[in-house]
Design a protein around this ligand. Sequence first.
Ligand SMILES: [Zn+2]
Length: 207
Amino acid sequence: MVLTNKKFEEYSKVVCDKIIDVSEGERIAEKLIIELSNSKSGIGLAAPQIGITKSVCVINVKEPKPIVLINPEIVESNGEFIFKEGCLSYPKKAISVKRHAMIAVEADNLDEPLILDVRKGGNAADLLEIACVQHEIDHLSGITMFDRKYVKPTYRAPKKYGRNEKVVIIAKDSKSTKKIKYKKALPLINSGDWSLLTYKGQGHIPQ
Ligand SMILES: [Zn+2]
């Protein structure tokens, strides 16, 4: 059973133990996949959410098979975007969280790193998947979406885009992105329905 609210409290801050034997991790992953398929809306689950404080999580957004991560570690990251997330352990809550737009994840059960990248945009499933992987890996370090709550800065830095410069914008519901010229993006951003998908280290100041 997925632990929620008060029942999840003691597990929500636990830094999970590393798995020594990958087959133990696979057994835990099987339990997680069953729990996930029992839930209506779940797309990811981490072991502490079912009361097991071991470093295993599963993600099932668009793969034919769920992604299983045993002792995962984000070894590279780049860019950022704001994404509205929910959590099976906090039903009916949704929080805006800042996530990396590119990650490389190493895990003991993977032969090569899992690389996810939405810096050039992506569809709803791509955005959901990269946010979900980061959300579940956070659970293994005792971090919840509330710890990463995004608070919009009150100071707005001057825009540094050229009118004909291509930018990537993200819809308010986080379900789609578009790559268009800044002059065409501006009215959409001003309407409040879209915002810039921002990148660190590329000369643009996140809005
Ligand atoms: Zn969660």
